[in-house]
Design a protein around this ligand. Structure first.
Ligand SMILES: Cc1ncc(COP(=O)(O)O)c(C=O)c1O
Length: 455
């Protein structure tokens, strides 16, 4: 860094003051904000201006799957910036050609073509339009405990306190119940339940007009910020059959669960099912440059052979994001990180289950790969959550937030999420020693939640 640049750097207090004065922070009431400052990051760690090190046990917002500041990706971005930093979407570029082909190779089945955007929400906006334009139908079936983004369409697919403030939602989105075995909405137990959660989806579709009116179904294959919900085996196979029966698109939001997070390139692969559309973001570039993608099977893309795909963004296929995506996927492959996520994920899950043995406040532990949730409860018998995510307005500090604050004090960062679940989602480069370190910190911090739980 040049001396001039170094001299002109802002000190920590100025950064905080300027941000508080000039930035509107997402999702929170602004009064009393005191944002932590991040100065730089490397590998599985980030650092504040005082040099204090934090183990990133959330991959920030579950995007830095590759860890921070990987030199291969940084170099690819900088070389692309020097050669062609941006190009309008009608132009073909080497980086876009490469990334689109790579995605066709790693996505399941015959998924082949991709529309590029710049965020997960936009990827889902694209999916809504694809389903409507490809089928000529209007209704989209989504699920309640889910998050698909904060733009109007994506938000309407989601359903938690975050979209209530923006209602009315876009029309013709219908929600159904979730395959949430720990709190089965039908009061049943797998496998004797006979997958009532999937049968319920069919019932909703039938009542909404079936093949005449329903364009598509969208779900996160493993739900992320609404609580790491892993569906029972058979659920998505049944959903695939239902989507075929009613001639509607099966769409998987893999914005969080994609790119090795669950131990497969895409979470839906755990169930051997090929959806018609997969939406992606986050891990596609490990977050280094914003990028969203909506990939589809040939039969969907062919609908736009004669008819135009009436959708687009200024930055669709932005060259910096394309170059970052290529370098990131090549790095996942070179370092075997998808397989590593499966292996380290088993270790993380075993260790997280030990926390459940020791802590009354941990009601359930579940996950796949390096995507593990600790569900906190006040009472294991009644399963009353410590906080259920359905609170509107300012949020009182919950036991979960206190646990996370304590972990942060001890140098382990974990994402808050929106429900009573602590999400453990470190970079796929995490080591066993680092998992041990985080578990030790949580073992201590969870005592705070235990104090509010009853046995
Ligand atoms: C499953 C899922 N879909 C979509 C989104 C929205 O992505 P973005 O914030 O990039 O718009 C998120 C964000 O966390 C997500 O977890």
């Amino acid at each position: 860094m040049s001396n001039q640049a170094a001299n002109s750097r802002l000190n920590a207090e100025t950064i905080r003051q300027l941000e508080i004065e000039y930035v509107l922070y997402p999702w929170v009431a602004q009064k009393g904000l005191n944002p932590p400052i991040i100065d730089y990051a490397k590998g599985n760690y980030f650092y504040d201006p005082s040099g204090k090190q934090y183990l990133d046990f959330s991959s920030m917002f579950v995007f830095s799957n590759l860890g921070h500041a990987d030199e291969r990706v940084v170099r690819a971005i900088s070389e692309q910036a020097a050669r062609l930093p941006a190009a309008a979407s009608p132009f073909a570029t080497e980086a876009k050609a490469r990334l689109a082909k790579l995605l066709a190779e790693i996505t399941p089945g015959d998924i082949k073509k991709t529309f590029f955007s710049t965020s997960g929400a936009e990827a889902n906006e694209g999916a809504i339009k694809l389903a409507r334009l490809a089928t000529g139908k209007e209704k989209i079936i989504a699920r309640w405990r889910t998050y698909h983004g904060s733009t109007m369409g994506a938000m309407s697919l989601s359903n938690d306190y975050r979209n209530w403030a923006a209602e009315p939602s876009i029309p013709s989105v219908i929600h159904c119940l979730d395959p949430y075995c720990y709190r089965c909405p039908f009061g049943l137990t797998y496998p004797s339940c006979d997958l009532q959660c999937a049968r319920h989806v069919e019932e909703v579709i039938r009542f909404e007009g079936g093949s005449k009116r329903v364009a598509g179904f969208i779900a996160e294959p493993v739900v992320g910020s609404n609580g790491i919900i892993v569906p029972p085996d058979g659920y998505f196979q049944k959903i695939r059959e239902i989507c075929d029966k009613y001639e509607m698109l099966m769409m998987c939001d893999e914005v969080m669960s994609g790119f090795g997070r669950t131990g497969k390139w895409f979470a839906i692969e755990h169930w051997g099912v090929v959806p018609d559309v997969i939406t992606m973001a986050k891990g596609i570039t490990s977050g280094y440059v914003p990028l969203g993608a909506t990939s589809m099977r040939p039969w969907v893309a062919e609908k736009f052979g004669g008819n135009p795909w009436v959708h687009g963004h200024t930055y669709s296929g932005h060259t910096l994001a394309m170059a970052a995506g290529v370098a990131t996927i090549e790095a996942y492959k070179a370092d075997g990180l998808v397989q590593r996520s499966a292996e380290m994920g088993k270790y993380l899950l075993e260790n997280a289950k030990e926390l459940k043995e020791k802590h009354l406040s941990v009601g359930d532990v579940r996950g796949k790969g390096l995507f593990v949730g600790l569900e906190l409860v006040k009472d294991r018998k009644t399963k009353e959550p410590i906080h259920d995510g359905l609170v509107e307005g300012p949020r009182p500090p919950t036991a979960k937030m206190k646990v996370l604050a304590e972990a942060m004090k001890e140098g382990v960062y974990c994402l808050a999420g929106s429900v009573s679940v602590i999400m453990l989602a470190p970079p796929l480069t995490i080591t066993k020693d680092e998992i041990d370190q985080a578990m030790k910190v949580f073992d201590k911090a969870l005592n705070i939640a235990d104090a509010e739980a009853i046995g």
